[in-house]
Design a protein around this ligand. Structure first.
Ligand code: DC
Length: 221
């Protein structure tokens, strides 16, 4: 067996909310037999527990202590997509010690053994820049904010687009201006602006980039 066959691939998908990261990551995970982690759900899981305990983002010591209890299995909890949880996730994601703790979980997932799968795919805000700077393929998805809000609204149903866009704009601003690991495309990321593309077109482009970036024999599609 060659080294190339044993190598497990790491794919990083980053971008703002509503850019299509989740859809693309699931498509690529199915196509290439990759173990998947939506890293935003770790921040959301922590946010949900903090809210349930009546904490706001100023209670940093309590939130840091809670971050130590989070595990990758927590991403399957219900209620993580609620707007209140999303807003709190974005606020606590600016706390550097919280990021350090959740970074360790993400790196353990990324560099751990994916079993009989060809590798891993992580989506988030800082996967290509901080968590896996050596990823085999980095993709940064983006889209106009109005389009992202409209997509979110279609996913979530009975909500007002103007309100969704207002909340999204607040989160975008917080996520891209925070001091610790702000949202940024890695220099070597493929950037896909999904504003005028269908989901299928985005998945095809992403798939092409993955195939072109990974060593022959490392993918199982
Ligand atoms: O992708 P998402 O909307 O589920 O992420 C929720 C929040 O978590 C987002 O506002 C910023 C934060 N986040 C982060 O700071 N770093 C990541 N790798 C993933 C998410």
């Amino acid at each position: 067996m060659t080294d190339e066959k044993e190598k497990k691939v790491i794919i990083a998908i980053d971008g703002p909310s509503g850019a299509g990261k989740g859809t693309v990551a699931h498509y690529l995970a199915d196509k290439f037999n990759l173990k998947i982690l939506d890293t935003g759900l770790l921040y959301r899981a922590l946010a949900k527990i903090a809210l349930a305990q009546g904490l706001d983002e100023t209670k940093t010591d309590d939130i840091i202590a809670l971050a130590d209890t989070i595990q990758t299995d927590d991403v399957t909890q219900e209620g993580l997509r609620d707007e209140a949880v999303a807003a709190m996730a974005s606020k606590i994601a600016a706390i550097p010690q919280v990021r350090e703790i959740l970074n360790t979980l993400q790196r353990d997932f990324a560099y751990g053994d994916p079993g009989d799968q060809a590798g891993v795919i992580l989506d988030g805000r800082d996967i290509g820049t901080v968590i896996c700077p050596d990823a085999d393929c980095k993709i940064y998805l983006t889209a106009d904010q109005e389009i992202r809000a409209a997509r979110r609204m279609r996913q979530e149903g009975n909500v007002c687009q103007i309100e969704v866009q207002r909340l999204m704009s607040e989160r975008d601003k917080r996520d891209s201006t925070r001091k610790s690991a702000p949202l940024n495309a890695a220099e070597d990321a493929y950037i896909i602006d999904t504003t005028h593309l269908t989901i299928d077109e985005v998945c095809q482009k992403a798939s092409y980039y993955v195939q072109n970036s990974c060593l022959p024999g490392t993918l199982t599609a």
